[in-house]
Design a protein around this ligand. Structure first.
Ligand SMILES: CC(C)(COP(=O)(O)OP(=O)(O)OC[C@H]1O[C@@H](n2cnc3c(N)ncnc32)[C@H](O)[C@@H]1OP(=O)(O)O)[C@@H](O)C(=O)NCCC(=O)NCCS
Length: 152
């Protein structure tokens, strides 16, 4: 098992991981085209968890946008290939990327927006910000005060 930044040729595989959650009414070709053309996706850095040379889970990391302050990161679009879900890969990837980002000396916090039940993220140490679906993780500021980032 390996965690690393995604290569460009892996992006379509990554987009398919979340088709059931984010495809909405789009047919597969429309969904793929909208993902490939997404300015939001192009502004972030995709990370993957690789098993047997195949990316099975992915997430995207944003910084310097969406109202994220200095030293703060946004983590979005966590998804696991449907056939590989329920084996701990999503949790492992999120935990590892959170730790990696917060390891930098100037790092303060990571944020995410919970589209699913908060408990999944709370089990990984993320805390809820009052009144919003935004959650954060921080060693340095266990009680974050400030505006939450906008949705990403
Ligand atoms: C959420 C997701 C990334 C989890 O990936 P995974 O590799 O299966 O994660 P893990 O095996 O580490 O954890 C599984 C846990 O995720 C949680 N989970 C998964 N889908 C969930 C959902 N729709 N609602 C609430 N919790 C959910 C459950 O707690 C589950 O535990 P269980 O198997 O005991 O029920 C995966 O289900 C997925 O890709 N979903 C579609 C995309 C999505 O909704 N992403 C979340 C965006 S906020």
């Amino acid at each position: 098992m390996q965690i690393r930044k995604a290569s460009h040729h892996e992006l379509d595989t990554i987009y398919w991981m979340g088709f059931d959650a984010w495809g909405g009414a789009l047919v597969p070709t429309e969904y793929l085209a909208s993902s490939q053309g997404s300015k939001k996706y192009q502004s972030g850095v995709w990370h993957v968890l690789v098993v047997d040379n195949q990316p099975v889970s992915s997430l995207i990391v944003y910084r310097d946008s969406f109202g994220l302050g200095q030293g703060c990161f946004g983590i979005g679009s966590l998804a696991t290939t449907p056939a590989m879900r329920g084996q701990g890969f999503g949790a492992h990837l999120l935990r590892a990327v959170t730790d990696m980002l917060l390891d930098a000396p100037d790092a303060i916090a990571t944020f995410l927006h919970a589209d699913i039940d908060h408990h999944f993220y709370e089990r990984l140490g993320y805390r809820r910000l009052p009144g919003v679906d935004c959650m954060y993780f921080s060693h340095r500021r266990p009680h974050y005060v400030g505006e939450p980032p906008t949705y990403f």
